[in-house]
Design a protein around this ligand. Structure first.
Ligand SMILES: [Zn+2]
Length: 361
C-alpha cells in the first residue's frame, strides 16, 4: 500500500465511510433491471469517470469538471446506476498527469490504481476499472500496467489520445503497446483537451463537442496509417465516443489510400484497408442518436460496440434506452452491446443475486 498524500481524503462516503446499502452494492433506491425481449440482460457501462480526491494537487492539474461529482463512489453514483439500469461500470480516470515530471505522475498513478483496486475489490458486483499509467515514460508505463493487471486486478488502462506532441504511433510507445498486447489488457482511448486547437475557442463548447471526437479520430488514424496496428495486431483498443468521427467517415480513409498512393510512405505497407482495422477495435456507444449507433454497428459490427455514457459528465443518462431503441438491431445485438461484449472483454462474471429478482422493473 502506498501512503496517502497530504490532504488526501478518500471522500466521506468512500469505502470506509460507506453507508450499509453501499456495501451491498446498491444505491438504496429502486434498481432498474434491463430486459431484452423478456430476458434479463447484464449491462456494462464502459465509459464512466471518477477521480481520487487530492491527486490533482500533486501535479498541480486543473480539471475541466469540478471534482465533487467525479468522486469515486457516492450514494448518488450508485443511485444513478440503479436508475439508469447499469449493472456495472468500468471506471476510468482521465489522465491529467502527462505534462508532469514522471516522479509526480507516478505518485498519482500509484494512488489511483491502489484506490481503484481496493474499491473494485469491495464492490465486485458493480465495478471494474482501468488503470492509470504515466505514459510520458512508456517504459515505466509498461511496468505500471503489468502491475495493475497482474497484481491489482485492473482490466486494462485508460489513456489520452496523444501525449504532449507525440502521437501513439511514435516508436517511443512500442514497448508499451507490446506489454499491453502481451497482457491482453484493454486500452481505453479517451480524448484529452486540445489547447493547441485555438479555432475551437468560442461559443458552443467546441473543444469538447468537436475537439474530443477529433482528437480520437486523429489518434486512431495514426495508429492505423503508421502501421502500429500491424505491428501489434493483438491490441485490444476501445475508443471513446464511438471512435470520434472515424467510423462515420472511414470510407474517405479507405479511398485516400487508393487515390493518393504517392502521398503514402512506401516503407509502410498496410495489411488491410482502414475500415478493416476498425472492425478489430472496440467502440463505446456514445454517439448521441440512434442513427449514429445504427451506422457505427453497420461499419464495425455489433460485436465491437460497448455501451458507454460518460457518467457522471451529464452527456446522457439514457445509454440503455439508446441501445434498446436503435432500429435494425437484433435482440442478440442489443444484448451484446448492452453488456455481453464488455463482460467478455473485461472479464466480468455476472451472477444475478437472487434477492434482486424481486425488485426488477
Ligand atoms: Zn469521458
Amino acid at each position: 500500500m502506498i501512503g496517502a498524500p497530504p490532504g488526501l481524503e478518500f471522500i466521506g462516503c468512500g469505502i470506509d465511510g460507506a453507508a450499509p446499502e453501499l456495501r451491498h452494492g446498491s444505491g438504496g433506491g429502486r434498481r432498474r433491471h434491463v430486459t431484452v425481449n423478456g430476458r434479463r440482460t447484464v449491462t456494462v457501462d464502459v465509459h464512466a469517470h471518477c477521480i481520487i480526491p487530492g491527486t490533482r494537487e500533486i501535479v498541480d492539474a486543473k480539471l475541466a469538471f469540478p471534482p465533487k461529482p467525479m468522486t469515486l463512489v457516492s450514494h448518488e453514483r450508485l443511485r444513478e446506476m440503479d436508475e439508469q439500469g447499469v449493472d456495472y461500470q468500468a471506471l476510468s480516470i482521465n489522465p491529467f498527469w502527462y505534462e508532469a515530471p514522471v516522479e509526480l505522475a507516478t505518485q498519482v498513478v500509484n494512488i489511483n490504481n491502489e484506490r481503484l483496486a481496493e474499491f473494485c475489490a469491495a464492490h465486485p458486483d458493480r465495478f471494474v476499472a482501468f488503470a492509470s499509467v504515466a505514459l510520458q515514460e512508456p517504459q515505466i508505463a509498461a511496468v505500471q500496467l503489468e502491475h495493475a493487471v497482474k497484481n491489482l486486478g485492473l482490466r486494462g488502462t485508460a489513456v489520452g489520445a496523444h501525449v504532449g506532441s507525440k502521437e501513439f504511433s511514435d516508436p517511443a510507445f512500442h514497448p508499451f503497446w507490446a506489454k499491453a498486447e502481451e497482457l491482453g489488457a484493454v486500452i481505453f482511448i479517451h480524448p484529452t483537451n486540445m489547447p493547441e486547437f485555438k479555432r475551437l475557442k468560442g461559443n458552443g463548447a467546441l473543444a469538447s463537442v468537436i475537439g474530443n471526437p477529433l482528437d480520437t479520430t486523429i489518434a486512431l488514424s495514426h495508429l492505423i496509417f503508421e502501421g502500429t496496428l500491424d505491428r501489434f495486431p493483438g491490441l485490444k483498443i476501445c475508443a471513446a465516443h464511438g471512435g470520434g468521427y472515424l467510423p462515420s467517415y472511414v470510407g474517405r480513409s479507405d479511398h485516400g489510400m487508393r487515390v493518393f498512393p504517392d502521398r503514402c510512405d512506401p516503407s509502410i505497407v498496410l495489411k488491410k484497408a482502414p475500415t478493416e482495422y476498425l472492425r478489430g477495435m472496440y467502440f463505446d456507444s456514445l454517439v448521441m442518436n440512434t442513427e449514429g449507433l445504427r451506422h457505427l454497428v453497420e461499419v464495425v459490427g455489433a460485436s465491437q460496440v460497448l455501451m458507454g455514457s460518460d457518467h457522471p459528465s451529464g452527456w446522457t443518462t439514457e445509454q440503455v434506452d439508446h441501445v434498446l431503441s436503435t432500429p435494425g438491431l437484433s435482440d442478440d445485438d442489443r444484448i451484446a452491446i448492452l453488456g455481453r461484449n464488455a463482460a467478455r472483454l473485461l472479464g466480468i462474471s455476472h451472477v444475478e443475486p437472487a434477492k434482486q429478482a424481486t425488485t426488477a422493473i
